[in-house]
Design a protein. Structure first.
Length: 574
């Protein structure tokens, strides 16, 4: 989007300067952020018409929203060149000489006689200070922050002294376009993001109106509508991006966690932290994703099916349903990655959620070792030190060498090993119920002998990452991640995850990811009985979330064989 704005900006006027000719005034090689329309305007005042809007509206513009007609400040009159199709800059009334965004006029702003009671989009935002290319660059050097003042821009005929006063008289009358900023396309529902003033309820300034809009709580009906529209958007996304794939790239049945994390969560219009907090399934009338799927089935949009007695899946979708065919996409908010770079969700909506967790994508290796005791020294003579740790393959090689060197291979069957006094007394000493049978026969299968040697050794293990050296082996069997589903407070199910520390997984980022993918509450607590010096933390997730938990663990290099799932809601382990 910023690249498109740059091309338009370069050819917008005869006296414009190509942004690729801009040089840093300090003589430093510019970053990609330096080749942007906003940065160009900082160096070349009055290059395009300059419009103004309250600072709180600027913050919305910097999230990708358009500037609405009621949000215009400082006029009329407005700059005469601010006509439909013209490239314009937008500045805050707090810093009236510093452009912070660039866009295209959708109407003849210069001909407006009043903005009070006006409706519709005024400027389509294309680029702003701090957008997706602002922090981009091989050197990692971000774009410069906006200056405090650029006197050259004050040459335009704008009464900067009265801009703040002008915004005090600004009233927002349009119920669909309030706040001066659209957070979605006109076809999208309002979701209560910005409520207009009712007649007789006068607020002193536009800032107060917008501040009130930000904290306005969403109703249950609005939350329900947001989830339904998000699901429609999710299906629209797959039908448009996967049109050449069978079933548009979807693999049925779709489980609850997939529906939430891939078809709903990425398409919710959560532009602010307040909206993100409000748009949770538990705050809807459905209360959980299971009932939401059933409501879609009742509406005829999908066909649901029960699985495992406690999960509802989507078995089929009615692609010809008018709600899908007539759906019009709305504007989605920009999401921040852990590095601070803004990403539009659009076609990246179904990508993995980035929580800034260094364990995501790691490659884990678990190795098991065996340490022989002193009584088994004769078997390990000629090998490394008896205090060394041996792998299973090394144990087998040591046993094979000992058997062949001692002439213990059976003449009638090479898979059998004849017992000598050492093997009979130290390995098959009667401690096992099969020992008497082995001693009576005077021979033992070679594989059974290898297993007995490994059993007689003490077990050790190491867990390492691909980019780290192997640590010293630790005594015991390799640990496993514990996933427990249990019932609390009557019929509420909670999923608990513990044993993360040996796998280099920080609990809090995992909890943050699961809160988003499962659209439910999460918490991190110290397990009861664990030592304060070496606490074992436990992640708690609302609901039966076995599948999303396992997928999140797999993203962190944990194989399913290293995970133990215990479902206490059914009273059995699986």
């Amino acid at each position: 989007m910023a690249a498109r704005a740059s091309r338009e900006f370069c050819g917008s006027r005869s006296r414009s300067i190509c942004i690729h000719q801009v040089l840093d005034q300090e003589g430093v090689l510019p970053t990609p952020a330096d080749f942007t329309p906003v940065y160009t305007l900082w160096h070349h005042p009055s290059l395009v018409p300059l419009l103004h809007t309250p600072d709180i509206v600027v913050k919305k513009l910097q999230a990708g929203a358009d500037l609405m007609t009621p949000g215009l400040a400082g006029g009329p009159p407005f700059p005469p060149l601010a006509k439909k199709g013209a490239i314009v800059a937008v500045a805050s009334t707090d810093k009236p000489s510093v452009p912070v965004s660039v866009g295209t006029c959708l109407i003849d702003v210069s001909e407006l006689g009043s903005v009070q009671g006006a409706k519709g989009h005024a400027v389509q935002t294309a680029h702003w200070a701090g957008d997706e290319i602002w922090s981009y660059g091989a050197s990692g050097r971000p774009g410069k922050p906006p200056p405090e003042e650029l006197p050259g821009w004050l040459s335009q005929e704008v009464d900067t002294d009265n801009l703040a006063q002008a915004t005090a008289d600004l009233k927002l009358e349009d119920e669909d376009e309030q706040g001066g900023v659209p957070l979605h396309e006109p076809s999208a529902p309002d979701h209560g993001r910005s409520q207009v003033m009712e007649a007789g309820k006068d607020l002193e300034t536009t800032e107060e109106v917008l501040a009130q809009a930000d904290v306005k709580e969403m109703t249950t009906k609005e939350i329900d509508e947001a989830f339904r529209n998000a699901f429609l958007y999710g299906i629209y996304h797959y039908t448009t991006t996967g049109r050449n794939e069978p079933m548009y790239g979807l693999s049925f049945p779709l489980n609850q966690s997939f529906v939430m994390s891939n078809l709903i969560q990425p398409f919710l219009p959560d532009f602010t932290p307040e909206q993100a907090n409000a748009l949770q399934i538990k705050k809807s009338s459905y209360k959980n994703i299971k009932k939401f799927i059933k409501s879609l089935d009742k509406e005829g949009l999908i066909r649901s099916k029960e699985r495992d007695g406690h999960e509802t899946t989507i078995a089929d979708i009615d692609w010809e349903e008018p709600a899908f065919k007539n759906f019009k996409p709305y504007r989605l908010p920009m999401k921040e990655t852990h590095g601070g770079t803004s990403l539009g969700r659009g076609e990246k909506a179904t990508s993995n959620i980035d929580t800034g967790d260094s364990s995501v994508g790691q490659q884990l290796t678990i190795k098991q070792f065996y340490k022989p005791s002193s009584r088994h020294l004769p078997l390990f003579e000629g090998s490394n030190s008896p205090n060394s740790f041996f792998s299973a393959s090394e144990i087998r090689a040591i046993v094979t060498r000992y058997v062949e060197f001692s002439g213990l291979v059976s003449e009638t069957n090479k898979r059998l090993v004849k017992l000598n006094p050492f093997l009979a007394n130290d390995l098959f000493d009667g401690s096992n119920h099969l020992d008497n049978e082995v001693q009576a026969k005077g021979s033992v299968p070679r594989d059974a002998l290898v297993d007995r040697v490994m059993t007689a050794c003490s077990s050790h293990y190491t867990i390492s990452r691909s980019d780290e050296e192997h640590s010293k082996p630790r005594a015991g069997q390799p640990p496993k991640v514990q996933v427990v589903l249990e019932t609390r407070s009557g019929n509420k199910t909670v999923t608990k995850v513990s044993g993360l520390e040996p796998f280099f997984i920080p609990p809090q980022p995992l909890a943050d990811e699961l809160r988003k993918t499962c659209a439910g509450s999460t918490a991190v607590e110290q397990m009861a009985g664990s030592s304060p010096r070496a606490p074992v933390m436990e992640v708690l997730v609302q609901g039966p979330q076995k599948e999303p938990v396992i997928k999140a663990l797999e993203r962190r290099g944990v194989r399913t064989m290293w995970i133990v799932v215990e479902d206490k809601t059914k009273g059995k382990k699986r």
